[in-house]
Each structure stands twice: as C-alpha cells, then as structure tokens.
Design a protein around this ligand. Structure first.
Ligand code: GLA
Length: 679
C-alpha cells in the first residue's frame, strides 16, 4: 500500500512519470511520455498501486502508416502521432478528434502542447461559473493537475483529474489559458505571443482506449419519448452524440456508456461518461484504423470560436467518469450515489421530497380560482404535501401568452396567490408555483419594454416559437430581472417549491459563444436563487424532460421526467433515465390521461405503480375523482409515504426491461440492506 507522510492511503500515486489514480474499485493510469506528452495507460478494474505500465506508451494506437513515420533523433522519438494520448492537438500528425483546436493570429491551427509539470492537492475545487461535483473535508478525494504549454503560441492547458475514492468516480476538466504577454509592446519586442487565440474546439477531456470490439449506449429521444436506450456498435470513423439546440435537449443526453458486446446489466465491463452541463454538448467516439478508440467529451464545437485575449482563460465543463466490472446496473448505481451525495444540494440528502399535486394535466392553463380551491381541498384529503400551481396564473392574458410578466392575473385569481397558499396550508400542504423564466412572449409587457432582451441577430427577425422568444441570459440585466421576478413571488407568497420550465430551443443565437455565455448567466441565476432561498425546492422542466442532465441537478435536485404520463410509455422513459440519473431525481406523477369534463385515468393502479417507481406525485384535477377513486389515490399516497425512503434513497436494480419484453421489474434496496421494494 502506498502511504503519504502521515501514513494515510493515497488516491493518486505518483511514481516517476506515471500517475495512478485509484478509487475503491478502479484504476486509471497515465504517464508522461519522454517528458513531453501525457499518455494513457489503463482504465479499468483496480490494480496494485505500485504497478508500472510505462512500457505500454509506445504501442501502436492509430495506424501503421503513422507508426512507420516515427523518427528517432538522438535517442528521442520526435514525431509521435500515434500515442494513446490524454491530450491531443491539431497539426502534428494525430488525425483523430483533438482535445483542442485553436487558431492563432497568423491563421495557423497547429498546436504542440508539451508537459511542464504537475501538482497534486487534497480535495477538489468547484469549477468557476459552472456546476460540478463537490467534496467535503474528510472525503477521500485528491486532485491531479497536469500543466501543458505550447511555447510557440502561448496556449496553455491545465488538465484536472479528481479522484473521489469512495464514490468510484474520477472527474476531468481542462482550463485553457492564453499565456502570451498582454502588453502589445512587450509582445512585439519579444516577438512571442501577445495575440488573441481562437478556440475552435475545447473539449473537457479525451481518452484513448485499447483496440477491442466495443458498443456504446446512447439515450436518444423526443418530446414525450425522452431517453430511450439505443445500443450501437463502435465502428470505424466518428460517432457523435450531441446537441446544438441551446439545451441538452429531448433528443440526446449528455451521458453515454461504453461497454463490451457481452456486457449486460449484471456482468461485464462498462464505462460511463457524463457531462455536468446543460447546454450544447458533444460526446464523440472515434475508432482508429487499428481499432483503438478515442472518446471525447465537452462543449459542442459546431461554430465555436471563443476568443482568448492574452491573460484570459477558458474553463470547460466537468466530465464524470465511472467504470464497472459488474455490468451496467452497477455503473448506474455509481452515478446515482455520487449525484445524490456530492452533486445535489446536501439539504436533500435525507429529506423526503414532498408529494406534489399539480393540476396541469387536469386543467391546463384554463381554470378558475374555485377549481383550484376544490383541488387543494381534495389534495389535503388524499394526503398530498405540496400544491403546485402550473402555467396560467400570470400576466395580462393569464396563459402562455404572458411569459415574462410574472405578476398575478387578478381576473382569474381575484384573491391572489397568497390566498391559495393559505388555503393549501389549512389543508396541510405547502405551495409551489410554475415559471418559465428564460422566455418572454411577443405579446408580453416585457417584450414591449425590452424587445432587444431576446437572443437575436441584429437586423434579423427572431422567430417566435409558441409565441415565445428566448431571453438572452448572457446579459447581466436580464439575469437580474429573472432573479428579481422569481424572488419576489417566493417572498410575497411564501413559496417552498418552484417548477422551472423552458419550452423552446434556441434559434437566432449570434454564435456558439453566446450559447455558452447564456449557460454561464443561467448558472449564475440558479446559484443566486438557490443560495438566497435555501428553503425552496426547485424542479427542472423543459417541455417535460428536455433538460435532464447533471448540470441541472446541481441546483435543481429533481426534474419533470416527461410530459408523457401514460404508464406503459412512462415505464420506458423512467427505465432509460435511470441509466444515468437517480430515481429521486425523476418526478413521476399519476397523470389524468384523458382531458375534458368527465376525464378519467382508465389505468389508475398501473399509473400509480409506475409513478411510485420514481419521485411520486399527482398530476390531475382531483375534484373529478369519484369517491372510490379518491380512496384509491389516498391509498397510493399512504403506501408511497411508507416506502419512499427506500425508493428514493436506496440502491436501484433494473431486473427486467420494458425495451426487451412485456415485463418491467424494478427493485430498490435500502443502503443498509435491511429493506427492499419490488415493483
Ligand atoms: C411544459 C411542461 C408541463 C407544463 C406545461 C405548461 O410542457 O412540461 O408540465 O408545465 O409546460 O405550459
């Protein structure tokens, strides 16, 4: 065992030019090749701490032609295109997906960053401006930083690896710096650096895996059909899972599993890569001619051109890496645990999430005050804990046409929101409210006052979708407006829950930089609100589950999983979501299914069982229930209250999949293994 000076076991073991990153069950080993390039040796089951793998550095990893092109000068290889690299740039013969692609003042895009040194520190720093996993003092966590520089251009990269030993995960991210002199005079005198560097692609990580047949599992979807499970063979060329819609999106998810073809839920090797980011992303897989596999994850680089002035830096989002030698279910459990304990806010670690009654599927935006009072009263009778008023309470029109105008519509709600909150309190419930804060409709007062506050390109009209344009959160005054309008309602009404919706993708962004700057503004808004109002539970939503990712979970520990509440379809959506995200993060309600005056849910029991498989609630006009149905719903609520500590806090097992056959079986086992629930 390798110990530090105080006799404690270390998560990062440095041995000459080799760094061995060890979690409880895994090892990730890299080295510095010929004092110049960080190279990858191994990622898999835990190995002996003092093992040396440096001999692996020179194995052929790309193609034979590149291998023959190597040149040995005075005992050193000077042309090294085919190493298994931890970091790769453009223009030196590595033709695979680069970690960084930069353009310099002379128009050239050749970079050659070489190793300058390393640092190992205890713990982990949170990323500046971006969500990330956190650790506490006393956690067994260490961070390795590798410092690289291209002496010809001044581009620097600090590669950061944090080992969260007990959670079996390693996080990776990169900080790029333009290290050219900022003073133009000294730049011209010295003849070096001093100019802008344009990042055309700046990934959070790349890793090269050995040649072996592999598959990847992605989670493609659509509105009301989020996160299905698709298994694909890794083939020669590049496969890409990405979003350029402004959000992580319904269509692709920033989480991916790589596995051996024989790996199942219960056995075999599986690797996970998850981005803690909610905007445009890309996870790419490239199989080289000799069969080695490079995986890259980070910001989507389509149209990216981020200017780094001398002295400026650029922080990439974080990637969470995990490995399981016991199949995919174990891999999911690793993510579930670390997200619950070290991503979501600590306030929600052990607290029961409230059982919500949201009337949206029952009434849409069309309701009267009396209808809400009726729903609140029945909500109290059946044991719900949080009344949530969805869309339709705000602005001049009292419906989706008023997005942006976050004041109560007094025609619809003459006694105001506080009156509803008091009624809910009298019935044993707290009150929550729906917002769509990132949007404004073109009919809103806000649009009349600030038409330029939306994402737009000068001289070109911004196309409204559902009557909405997207507010430009890269502008500080827009962020302040959102913080103010949501905060005001929280304070005035005494809200303890916000459903934060977002119903359309970006269209007219000036460029990719604006899309990322939007995300930085967005995270600033979320951080400010969640810090200022610690008693409020935020639930994410985006036309259902269009922004279900680890970045959101940092601030909003649950997400409305999908607008689809038909139980047989919900099974697939929740099953697919569980690969990357914990059960407690999946808001899952018994829906009303039918719409209209005598609407019914014809599959009440089936809906209840599926909803109980996640973070349970009710999504209906309760006042339409018959006495028998009311008693049934009350029974489901009581059952869930008895079981939720196991379902939400326990380990989750996917025993049978709705994608494979007619049965779905889910099991939840308490962390101390003393209780279990089988659905
Ligand atoms: C989205 C959400 C729904 C509901 C509506 C309101 O579609 O997913 O749950 O809040 O918006 O317009």
């Amino acid at each position: 065992m390798i110990l530090n000076g105080e006799g404690e076991k270390m998560a990062i073991i440095q041995n000459g030019n080799q760094f061995h990153l060890q979690t409880k069950n895994t090892s990730y080993i890299l080295g510095i090749y010929q004092d110049k390039y960080p190279v990858h040796f191994y990622w898999g089951e835990r190995l002996e701490p003092d093992i040396s793998l440096e001999y692996q550095a020179e194995s052929v990893s790309v193609d034979r032609a590149s291998c023959f092109a190597r040149q040995l000068v005075e005992g050193k290889w000077v042309f090294e295109p085919d190493l298994k690299k931890e970091f790769s740039a453009v223009g030196k013969g590595d033709y695979r997906i680069p970690t960084v692609h930069a353009r310099y003042a002379d128009g050239s895009t050749v970079s050659d960053l070489s190793y300058e040194g390393f640092r190992i520190t205890e713990g982990k720093k949170e990323l500046e401006g971006l969500p990330s996993l956190y650790v506490f003092e006393g956690d067994r966590a260490q961070t390795l930083e590798l410092f690289l520089k291209d002496p010809d251009t001044g581009l620097k990269a600090a590669l950061s690896y944090t080992v969260l030993e007990d959670y079996d995960v390693i996080t990776r991210s990169i900080r790029y710096v333009n290290d050219g002199p900022s003073d133009p005079q000294s730049a011209s005198m010295s003849g070096e650096g001093g100019s802008d560097i344009h990042l055309l692609s700046a990934m959070s990580m790349t890793v090269d895996l050995p040649a072996a047949p592999m598959q990847y599992i992605q989670f493609p979807g659509d509105w009301a059909r989020e996160r299905s499970v698709e298994c694909c063979d890794v083939k020669h060329g590049i496969a890409s899972v990405s979003s350029s819609r402004g959000y992580s999106s319904h269509c692709n998810n920033p989480f991916l599993i790589l596995k051996e073809p024989s790996t199942t839920e219960k056995q075999g090797q599986a690797y996970g890569l998850a981005l803690v980011y909610s905007g445009n992303f890309a996870i790419q897989i490239e199989k080289a001619p000799v069969g080695t596999i490079r995986v890259a994850a980070g910001l989507d680089s389509f149209d990216l051109d981020w200017t780094l002035k001398p002295g400026e830096s650029f922080q990439t989002p974080e990637t969470v890496l995990a490995y399981s030698a016991q199949g995919m279910n174990r891999l999911s459990q690793i993510y579930h645990r670390v997200y619950r304990d070290r991503l979501m806010d600590q306030r929600y670690l052990h607290a029961s999430r409230p059982i919500v009654i949201n009337k949206y599927e029952g009434t849409g935006s069309d309701f009267t005050e009396q209808q809400l009072i009726d729903i609140i009263r029945v909500g109290g009778e059946v044991g719900a804990e949080m009344f949530v008023l969805d869309s339709g309470w705000y602005g001049r029109y009292g419906n989706g046409n008023s997005c942006g105008d976050w004041y109560v519509n007094e025609e619809k709600l003459p006694h105001g929101l506080k009156y509803l909150a008091e009624e809910a309190k009298a019935c044993g419930m707290q009150m929550g409210l729906w917002f769509e804060p990132e949007m404004m409709t073109v009919k809103s007062d806000l649009y009349r006052e600030h038409p330029d506050w939306c994402l737009h390109v000068k001289g070109r009209e911004s196309a409204p979708i559902y009557g909405r344009v997207v507010l430009d959160l890269s502008r500080p005054e827009v962020c302040e407006y959102i913080i103010g309008s949501v905060g005001r309602q929280i304070e005035e009404v005494g809200l303890t829950y916000i459903k934060w919706d977002c119903n359309r993708y970006f269209t007219e962004t000036a460029d990719q930089m604006q899309a990322h700057k939007y995300m930085l503004g967005f995270y600033h808004v979320l951080k400010t609100l969640t810090t200022k109002y610690p008693g409020v539970l935020f639930e994410g939503c985006s036309g259902g589950g269009g922004r279900f990712d680890a970045g959101m979970l940092r601030y909003m520990p649950q997400t409305w999983t999908s607008d689809m509440t038909k139980p047989e379809e919900r099974l697939c959506i929740q099953h697919g979501t569980s690969y990357g995200y914990p059960v407690v993060s999946m808001a899952s309600h018994i829906g009303q299914i039918e719409v209209g005056k005598n609407a019914r849910n014809p599959y009440l029991e089936f809906s209840a069982l599926v909803a109980m498989g996640g973070n349970f609630g009710l999504e209906m006009d309760l006042s339409l229930l018959s006495e028998t149905e009311k008693a049934q719903v009350k029974g489901y609520v009581e059952t869930y209250k008895r079981l939720r500590h196991i379902i939400c806090q326990g380990d989750f097992y996917r025993l049978e999949s709705p994608f494979d056959g007619p049965y779905t079986t889910w099991e939840y086992v308490s962390r101390d293994r003393s209780e279990a629930v089988l659905l």
